[in-house]
Design a protein around this ligand. Sequence first.
Ligand code: LLP
Length: 380
Amino acid sequence: MKNKVDFTNIKTPAYLYNISLLEQTLNSIQKLANQYKYHVHYALKANNNPRILQTISGFGFGADCVSGNEIKEAIKQGFKTSQIAFAGVGKTDEEINYALEQEIFSFNCESLPEIEVINELAQKMQKTASLALRINPNVDANTHKYITTGLEENKFGINLWDIDSILDAMEGMQNVKLTGIHFHIGSQITDLDTFKNLSNRINQIQEKLYARQLIVDHINVGGGLGINYHQPDEDPIPDFESYFKIFHDFLELRPKQQLHFELGRSIVGQMGSLLSKVIYVKKASKKDFLIIDAAMTDLIRPALYQAYHKIENLSSTCEEKQNYDVVGPVCESADIFAKAVSLPKSQRGDYILIRSAGAYGQVMSSNYNMRDNAQVVFVD
Ligand code: LLP
């Protein structure tokens, strides 16, 4: 990326999105998913830029949405309603009604009260809603605690011991149909054994359902595949081959059962970077700070999860290296991108690139301190 883009014309901070890398990533997924006959939904929450959504829907992928507005946007950008899954612990009546009107693929349900409301609202419209139970499999994702979702202590999903009573209750409901079971245990999972553990747990759950003579049409294993934040150039495209193979090898599908995925970060993470400029180099007694014009309002991951993003100086040709705390201008001590980063000696006006920012970057931005939004520039 270093030599191909003329940064000097770009107003910073700016999100740079590499559509050609996105297309290569989508090609890789499509090839493997077709081979296994797997269905992939893109999790819009990771990045909802319209051009990115159009590119992904153009490959025929489905969508994974967590709000009524995401469903609307998915439809607007070309995703088929018959391929939209709707997840979330707190779907409102308005959102449910909208999704019912659109006849989406599946409501991924997280509690009995939610299922009761969907049944009631569907009855009013004389429709039958397709439901997948989001089950909390109690499998540890071994990732940051804020992005772990599949443990009993988390707010997500239905606990294993509640499945039977929920299925009993559903037998009396006329306007919902159980079509699937859904799982999502966390995000930025880099140890693929975790997905083996998930597959084994799903096999046990399938046995339990089978004992009730229940075979659901589809299993949705959520998302979670991690990306290489430390060496983005070594792994620009995540290892989808090993990822899909784990499920192929360990998850026992019943005849005709379909396997669905909801990938977010692994699709868009590496195609985005945040470009920024050094405003000041501040020398303090114990350390030097690079104060840049991007802030936690543009990319909150380091402040919120202590997440690592690789940082590069694109301008400096200086051989000499120096350690800097790279910080934004916002009035919060947490507005730090990284501490003690070794960079070529830097100066005011240098361009700084924060890598792997395509997922959960722009979408989590805010206007705190009345800051402007970073602009978006498409690069190849
Ligand atoms: N399906 C469900 C039900 C989800 O909750 C998520 C992400 C996904 C799929 C997509 O997961 P992915 O493939 O992207 O790991 N803001 C955090 C990540 C939050 C993930 C929320 N759920 C971060 O910046 O790391």
